[in-house]
Each structure stands twice: as C-alpha cells, then as structure tokens.
Design a binder for this molecule. Structure first.
Ligand code: ZN
Length: 341
C-alpha cells in the first residue's frame, strides 16, 4: 500500500513524455523517489501526534497509525512529557520531520519551556528531533555510549529508520555511565534515568517517573514482531535478557511499562516474552552444538511455536527477511561469537 502511494507521487505517466531528455529526467526522478522511499517510506504529512494523559502531569505522545512502514501501529517512537511549573521534562524526540507537530501537541498541554530531553536509545525514531529541541533551549542528556553511537551515525542498519541529521546540536551535552540512576526532582515528581547494559543498543536508558509509577522502557521489549537487538549499535542478547530482568525487578505489579512502540504493558507481560527468548536461544544453541549453519537454523523455523502469538512476527524486516529471521540470525551470531555466554 505504501509502495503504491510512492508510485503515485510523481504524478505523471511515461506516456506524455515524447522528449527523450524529459523521459531520462523522469526516470531519474522516479528512481530517486524510489531510493528515498526504500530508505524511509514514511509519509510524514499523514502523521498526527496523539496525546494520552497517563498521570496528572505525565503525558505520552505517539504518532498515528498507517504512515510509517517500520511502525505500522504508531509512527516513530513514543515520547513522554512531564509538565508543570518547573518546566517540561521530555523523553525522546521522534523523527525530526515531526518536531513542529510534537511541539504543537506539547503546547496544548503546557506553555512551560522544554528544559530537559533524555534519549532512551540512539535510533532515529527516538533521537532525530534532538537538535530541534536543543535549539529551543532543552538540555540534552543520554548515556555516554549513546553519544558515541550518535556521533558515528548511527550504523546504517539501525531499524531502517532515517538517520539523524549531522547537526552537532543532536549530541547529548550531559552524559552518564552505568552507575546509580541520575535523578531529577521537578514538578513534584522524581524522575530516574536508569542505565541499562548493552540491550537493544549499547546506550539504553529506562526512565522512571516514581510518583506516576510509569517507566519508559525504550525498545528492548517489543510486542509487535520478534525482539530486535541492534548489535551494530552495541546491543546484545545477554544484555537484553538482563534488561528484562531489571525492568521486572524495579516495576511493581501495577507499574505501567511503556515501550517505545506497541502497547503499554505490566511487569507480568515480560515473563512470556523473556521465556520465548530463552527457548529460542536454547534451540539455536543446541543446533550450533550439532554443527548446523545459519541457513540450517533459519530453515528449521525455531520460532514456529510462537509465530501465531507474535503479531508482526512473520512480517518483513528489511534485508534480514522476516522479523523472526532477523531475531534468529541475531541469536545465532551472538551465540557463535561467544557474546551470549
Ligand atoms: Zn529502537
């Protein structure tokens, strides 16, 4: 459907192009559009920012459905904002092309300045708007590892999302490591920036709003498609499993865990997800012990018992094949390299 839409865009057919130079130019324009479409495929003009109030002064902002092929259910990554007289604290910055719409949505909630912005991880659907918010006066914070990943690119393979512009303002000004959480006290809330060891990427952070009892967990958990662990940007299978354990440990039974994409969950929802990851890991490990190749492991369809329960599990996920294939390839590579020991 998205492809169809892209092909309609040139607005001209080849039939009215008698002039050969015009024809060549049109072919060139079409292939440029197609190249851009493959890199992004996102119709930013169609995306609306939807606001959900989840606590008296905490709001979640999500992109609308059906305009971002990589995130069909809600375009881009989720944003959280804490509002009040001390100014706005914001989690993640969405695609840069959506900044105006995000700001308009925030302005419907609060007229206060956006003082602080933190990134859950490096991917463009969470960081590409950084420079825009920094130029509006926000102080940008993130893990030191995220800053390194962002200054490098991030790696092109990252989730197929558009890379952040090379604007130096996109880079975190304040960084932190793997120590105790960084704490913010503002607007009657205590916000903890909780570092997570190499999970979805190498620079993940969970952001907990203590009084609202809400944790933004980023992308190391996802409930559309199989887990995506971006080893090109420092993520690891072992770290992702640890991050799930960590989230279960700090969450209470009623804590709302808010992933970057998909539906809001509670602590108990992590259990079957983690079990599935461990079961797939065990199967792949056994096949490696039998000397099986990556192709043989993929052909064995080791995720089959879960495919019916994982929405989007068999949907295409770029060059890696389906989301299931991408997950299995990652598990195989992590076990082969010894990174998951
Ligand atoms: Zn991500």
């Amino acid at each position: 459907m998205h492809r169809g839409r892209l092909h309609e865009r040139p607005g001209r057919s080849y039939h009215d192009l008698g002039d050969p130079m015009k024809f060549v130019a049109a072919i060139f324009a079409v292939s440029l559009l197609q190249a851009r479409g493959q890199a992004q495929g996102i119709d930013f003009s169609k995306i609306e920012i939807l606001t959900e109030k989840i606590a008296p002064n905490v709001y979640i902002l999500s992109g609308s459905a059906g305009a971002d092929p990589a995130h069909e259910d809600a375009a881009g990554g989720r944003i959280a904002v804490l509002v009040g007289p001390d100014g706005i604290f914001m989690v993640d910055s969405q695609y840069a092309q959506l900044t105006d719409k995000v700001v308009a949505a925030i302005r419907k909630i609060s007229p206060e300045p956006i003082r602080f912005l933190v990134n859950t991880h490096v991917h463009g659907d969470h960081t590409a708007g950084n420079a825009n918010f920094v130029k509006m006066g926000a102080l940008l914070l993130a893990r030191e590892d995220l800053r390194e990943e962002l200054s490098k690119g991030p790696a092109a393979s990252a989730a197929g999302t558009p890379p952040a512009a090379r604007d130096p303002a996109r880079l975190p000004v304040v960084t932190y490591g793997m120590g105790d959480p960084v704490k913010f006290r503002m607007n009657g809330e205590v916000v903890d920036l909780i570092p997570v060891r190499a999970a979805h990427t190498g620079g993940d952070t969970m952001i907990r709003f203590e009084n609202a009892d809400v944790i933004m967990i980023g992308d190391f958990y996802r409930n559309y498609g199989y887990p995506f662990i971006d080893t090109n940007n420092g993520g690891s299978l072992k770290g992702a499993l640890e991050a799930l354990d960590q989230a279960m440990k700090i969450a209470g039974p009623n804590t709302r865990l808010i992933p970057g994409h998909g539906t809001i969950i509670h602590r108990d929802d992590i259990v079957p997800y983690r079990d599935m990851m461990l079961a797939v890991e065990a199967k792949v490990r056994a096949m490696i012990a039998e000397g099986k190749s990556e192709q043989e492991v993929l052909a064995a369809k080791v995720t089959a018992p879960y495919d019916a329960k994982v929405p989007g599990g068999l949907a295409p996920a770029g060059a890696a094949g389906t989301s299931a294939d991408r997950f299995v390839r990652m598990v195989y590579a992590q076990l082969k390299s010894g990174a998951a020991q």
